[in-house]
Every structure is written in structure tokens, then in C-alpha cells.
Design a protein around this ligand. Structure first.
Ligand SMILES: O=P(O)(O)OC[C@H]1O[C@H](OP(=O)(O)OP(=O)(O)O)[C@H](O)[C@@H]1O
Ligand SMILES: Nc1nc2[nH]cnc2c(=O)[nH]1
Length: 184
């Protein structure tokens, strides 16, 4: 199960971003290239474990986009991209994102109170993206059917669970300067 994902993670190179050991992988970077068979394996798995009874799929720029595109094409459910650029449309929701190597603002458009969404993203690490996102969506009255993330590292997913947010991940890894280790 998820053989292509596991194999590709074992081969992922590491670069330093400040103090952070950043792995480079087709799903989380689009680098060196993303093979359709890998995307298909992941899409099949997400569809098996997720509640897809939703109005919309929500994903985060940039590397949630291939996942959301694939899920949308398979299900016919539209998707919306949480952008790093402000649009200032009515109802736009703004939040601050902080990862292990970057910080900035994210802008959520086209969700409103009572909407039901599935969230998909490539990586959860510190939780500095999903914690503020799930918090603002909850405060805005948006119902999240599932939050599905392909690759889990660090303590972000367990911090989310401690806060009462459910997160499903496909693989948990640890990362050091030598490479990636699969933990489950
Ligand atoms: O749990 P965290 O520490 O918040 O890390 C997870 C976030 O990091 C990456 O986003 P990034 O902002 O690097 O954007 P990208 O998709 O453009 O690489 C990834 O896509 C997640 O959204
Ligand atoms: N590609 C990639 N994305 C991330 N998002 C959070 N941590 C990482 C990482 O180590 N690699």
C-alpha cells in the first residue's frame, strides 16, 4: 500500500533552510517531476479514507494544487485555492501562516458560514499553516468534513488533534540531515 509514495520519500534529498531540514519531494515540491502514477496512488487512497460529501475542496497554494486538481477531476467537486495573495473580495478571510522556514499571510475566498469543505494539503509539519486555517474556518462557521494531508512530520498533526481538529495523514516521516525515515 502506498508503495510509490514510500519509495519516493526514501529517495528524497534534504536541503537546509536555516535550521530546518527540508526534504524535497515530487508531491511537496513538484521537483524533480511528479509522475502521474504517484499522484494516482495518493488520490485513490485519499478517496478511500475521506468524507467527500462536500460543497468544495479547499487547498493551499502551491503544492496542494495538484492534489486538489486530481481529486476534483475524479469527483466533480469544485476546488478553491487558499492564496498567498490578497484579492480583497467581500468575505475574504485572512490568516497568518508560519512554517519552519517562512511566514506570511494566507487569503481564503469563496467559503461562507454553513459551507461544507474537505481540506487537502501536501505536508503538515509544525502545524503553523493548518492550526490558524482550521481556527479561522471554525470561527467563520465553515464545516470541515475532513482534513487530509499526504505527508506528516513533526508535531503539527498531534497539536491539531490536541486542539480538537481531526487530521488524516497518509504517511508519517522523520527527517534529519541525511534523509527521510518512514515511521509507520
Ligand atoms: O505544518 P507547517 O509547518 O505549517 O508546514 C506545512 C506547510 O508547508 C508547506 O507550505 P509552503 O508555505 O512551503 O508552500 P508551498 O506549497 O508553496 O511549498 C506545505 O504545503 C504546507 O502548507
Ligand atoms: N517540501 C517540503 N515541504 C514542507 N513543508 C513543511 N516542511 C516541509 C519540508 O520539509 N519539505
Amino acid at each position: 500500500m502506498l508503495e510509490k509514495l514510500h519509495e519516493s520519500l526514501r529517495n528524497a534529498p534534504i536541503v537546509r533552510r536555516g535550521d530546518y531540514n527540508y526534504f524535497i519531494h515530487p508531491i511537496s515540491d513538484g521537483v524533480p517531476f511528479l509522475e502521474p502514477e504517484l499522484l494516482e496512488e495518493i488520490t485513490d487512497h485519499i478517496l478511500e479514507i475521506s468524507d467527500m460529501d462536500v460543497d468544495r475542496i479547499l487547498t493551499i497554494e502551491a503544492m496542494g494544487i495538484p492534489l486538489a486538481t486530481s481529486l476534483s477531476m475524479r469527483t466533480g467537486i469544485p476546488f478553491s485555492i487558499i492564496r498567498k495573495r490578497q484579492y480583497a473580495l467581500d468575505g475574504e478571510i485572512v490568516l497568518s501562516q508560519k512554517t519552519g522556514y517562512s511566514k506570511g499571510e494566507l487569503y481564503v475566498n469563496s467559503v461562507k458560514k454553513g459551507d461544507r469543505v474537505l481540506i487537502v494539503d501536501d505536508v503538515v509539519s509544525t502545524g503553523g499553516t493548518l492550526i490558524p486555517l482550521l481556527t479561522v474556518l471554525r470561527d467563520a462557521g465553515v464545516e470541515v468534513s475532513d482534513t487530509v494531508v499526504v505527508i506528516e512530520r513533526g508535531d503539527g498533526a498531534s497539536r491539531l488533534k490536541d486542539m480538537g481538529f481531526r487530521v488524516k495523514t497518509l504517511v508519517r516521516i522523520s527527517v534529519n540531515e541525511k534523509g527521510v525515515c518512514i515511521e509507520d
